[in-house]
Design a protein around this ligand. Structure first.
Ligand code: NAD
Ligand code: TYD
Length: 364
């Protein structure tokens, strides 16, 4: 049995692959383009694991994807691959359209071609799980109820619009062609291996470097935070028991304003790595110009996943954020290689350069 995971060198995909292979001997084919967000150093512990096969390539490369599907005959495809940073989508939306919409379309077509030719038993068991975001639902006012799966789609950023479009494609491939799909829409993740341009890791690394902690606008925008390993356990559960064609919201019931998050990170650092002069890291907080079109509030109603599939997060926000800060303190090399760009050379340092983009770097 084999899984094809896309985007498995990114933050959530890599955590998923690491968690999967810690508990299972089912092989994971990991297809990742290695954009700036893809980091093979995150997967270094799998170097000698024969159940991990890394392939550098694009989800939109139909020939490559068809070849991988034919060669490895996966029982499921889990699609994490995406451009994922809202600020980058504001500065350059093109890549978001290319990967999140066109790439998902091409991947769906490749998978449909493979799936439709499968024998009946394999066809029935096959799954395409699409990993999406709560940002497709738009922004909530202070007193509106949290997003349920029935909430209208109202994306506001190029990122969320591109993810919304991909969700619609996945839905349509189920309704029109019968492709056995599942979709998850998760809230903001945090945890180990998070690229330090997103809020929580950025605040940790900037604080330690004595830099400003830039809070957009009034800092009272609310996000619903989930520890990444709880997102991974939700995906495993949906893959195992989700109803075909259904979408599942994933969240931790942890709504917090950004400023509170930043103060929590500062307090933990004050405790775990106190500054020599005795001052708090909170003195480094600065307010900066707000993000254009900044969504005010996200909140996830995760009752469908909890009640129908029995999923529950293992971490509270307090336990998860402490583990996260401790992880960044314990892994300065991973952080410094990301900051210096050295992580991009990691595969070349460890292995002979691949002959082509389609070359499998076995067991990276
Ligand atoms: P990430 O940016 O850290 O990782 C994305 C990965 O996809 C990278 O390894 C990158 O190299 C790869 N990739 C990009 N374009 C590709 C392409 N065309 N072909 C193959 N690989 C490609 O993102 P993440 O935070 O790990 O998010 C993973 C998924 O989860 C995304 O679909 C995102 O929309 C969704 N999501 C993220 C969050 C969050 O808080 N980070 C929350 C909910 C949902
Ligand atoms: P981010 O981690 O970019 O995730 P998203 O925009 O997908 O929710 O940002 C989380 C929140 O933190 C968001 O409201 C924007 C805010 N933010 C800051 O205030 N300062 C920062 O430097 C960053 C990166 C984000």
């Amino acid at each position: 049995m084999t899984l094809l995971v896309t985007g498995g060198a990114g933050f959530i995909g890599a955590n998923f692959v690491l968690d999967w292979l810690a508990e299972s001997s089912e092989t994971v084919i990991n297809l990742d383009k290695l954009t700036y967000a893809g980091n093979l150093e995150t997967l270094a512990s799998l170097q000698d694991n024969p159940h991990h096969v890394f392939v550098q390539g694009d989800i939109g490369d139909a020939d490559l994807v068809a070849q991988l599907l034919q060669t490895y005959q996966p029982r499921a495809v889990i699609n994490f691959a995406a451009e994922s940073h809202v600020d980058r989508s504001i500065h350059g939306p093109g890549e978001f359209i290319e990967t999140n919409i066109v790439g998902t379309f091409r991947l769906l077509e490749s998978v449909r071609g493979f799936w439709s030719a499968l024998p009946a038993a394999e066809k029935t068991g096959f799954r395409f799980l699409h990993v999406s975001t709560d940002e497709v639902y738009g922004s909530l006012s202070q007193d509106e109820p949290a997003f349920a799966e029935t909430h209208r789609y109202e994306p506001n950023s190029p990122y969320s619009a591109s993810k919304a479009a991909s969700d619609h494609l996945v839905r349509a491939w189920h309704h029109t062609y019968g492709l056995p799909v599942l979709t998850t829409n998760c809230s903001n993740n945090y945890g180990p291996f998070h690229f330090p341009e997103k809020l929580i890791p950025l605040m940790i690394v900037n604080a330690l470097a004595g830099k400003h902690l830039p809070v957009y606008g009034d800092g009272m925008q609310i996000r619903d935070w989930l520890y990444v390993k709880d997102h991974c356990s939700a995906i495993r559960r949906v893959l195992q028991a989700g109803q075909l064609g259904e979408t599942y919201n994933v969240g931790g019931w942890n709504e917090k304003p950004n400023l509170e998050i930043v103060h929590t990170v500062c307090k933990l650092l004050d405790e775990l790595r106190p500054k020599a002069d005795g001052s708090s890291y909170a003195t480094q907080i600065t307010t900066v110009t707000d993000r254009p079109g900044h969504d005010r509030r996200y909140a996830i109603d995760a009752r469908k996943l909890e009640q129908e599939l029995g999923w529950k997060p293992a971490e509270t926000f307090d336990s998860g954020i402490r583990k996260t800060v401790e992880w960044y303190l314990a892994n300065p090399d991973w952080v410094s290689h990301v900051q210096s760009g050295a992580y991009r050379d990691w595969v070349q340092q460890q292995y002979a350069p691949p002959a082509s983009a389609a070359t499998a770097v076995n067991a990276v």
